[in-house]
Design a protein around this ligand. Sequence first.
Ligand code: P61
Length: 459
Amino acid sequence: MEKRSWAEPYKIKMVELLKMTTREEREKAIIEAGFNTFLLKSDDVYIDLLTDSGCGAMSDQQWSAIMLGDESYAGSRNFYHLRDTIEEYYSYKYTVPTHQGRGAENILSQIMIKPGDFVPGNMYFTTTRLHQELAGGTFVDVIIDEAHQVDSHHPFKGNVDFSKLNKLLEEVGAENIPYICIATCVNMAGGQPISMDNLKQLRVWCDQHKIVLVHDMTRVAENAFFIQQREAAYAAKSVKEIVYEICALTDVATMSSKKDAMVNIGGFLAMNDDKLYEKACGLVVVYEGLHTYGGMAGRDMEALAVGIKESVQDEHMHARIGQIEYLGEKLMAAGVPIVQPIGGHAVFLDARKLLPHIPQEQYPAQALSAALYVESGVRSMERGIVSAGRNKETGKNHAPALELVRLTIPRRVYTQAHMDVTAESVIRVMENADKVKGLRFTYEPEVLRFFMGRFEEVG
Ligand code: P61
């Protein structure tokens, strides 16, 4: 009975057939892909846990919305529906659509950051930090220490450490901090939430120092669910109410709609300040498209408006997080080291513990991710030293404490049996861990090297 408690609040109407491959085929494919799962062809993948981005299953309501696309160049009715939905569900008054999250990050960074600025945040995210750096800023990590510890059971590892934030303020002054960027359900920490209490304190801090509070709301509904489960004052509130309250505490939002909101493509920048909106409109026409479509088709804006409504339903979120916990608990029961508590969008394997014989400079998480693919056709993503890249000043590798492999669960796509197969595959790799070899770069791109970098085995 317990196992079924998170059963999905939907049934399957259409399926996509998967190709099964042999071990020999996968060994060949991973060498051709330079031991980088981003470079595999999806046809060679059985269970695709690379990401939860843009690969969720849309509902019949969303597919119907696609047929209501108004593809007028200017003033599409789908834009107005989307704008009103964002205000209703997320509180933000002005919306600038973008092709995806990083489009919004680009515009925001260019408008708000001047060279020499510092931008604090609750752990780095790859594209977010890069856009801050391209605008001349420096990212500063102000997340609590527990977020960097795999074994810490802190219920809100996404929280901000105010001593770190105040130290930065003293060192550089409020005039050099254009904003603080807070992610809900922090991706690189393992999908870990920030508490409402911490966010409220942050609101006070921002008001005190007149610093803008930016919200990376890519996974806000997942964060809201954890607040409902873990923060006593919110136990009786709906995910929808909590989502609204989180957003209303912040000034500006960047969104990759490809995650929580379950569309295949899309994003937006949203805000309440009319001056900022004016500036954003000035830039969106340069990089994305007219301010009433940004980088999106009318049909995609319509599907997004529907996706937003579906994403905040309690029963949806219960099943969503339930599935991730199911996989995580199965792995823990078999002794597989994973990030605790189990997070919002993925289960994160601890590559340091799984492959203690591979030093971090030989990219253990990259090697583990490749080995898991060869074992069973399950595709995962490295989230360790390769993803962290190099320090922009010194050129040295960032060496993060977290050396992880992310098993990311797309929304409404895979079944419990797929989770079982995934767990069995990870366990088999763990049993043969000593056979996994370290890697070295054969091609290292200058930025976001994890996307297209290539490797070979060491020794
Ligand atoms: C992901 F390997 N995430 O998790 P865009 N903020 C946050 C995200 O999670 C995010 C973006 C902004 C992806 C896709 C991806 O290093 C990587 O719509 C919290 O992807 O532009 C995206 O939104 C950017 C995978 C992005 C990566 C960067 O799989």
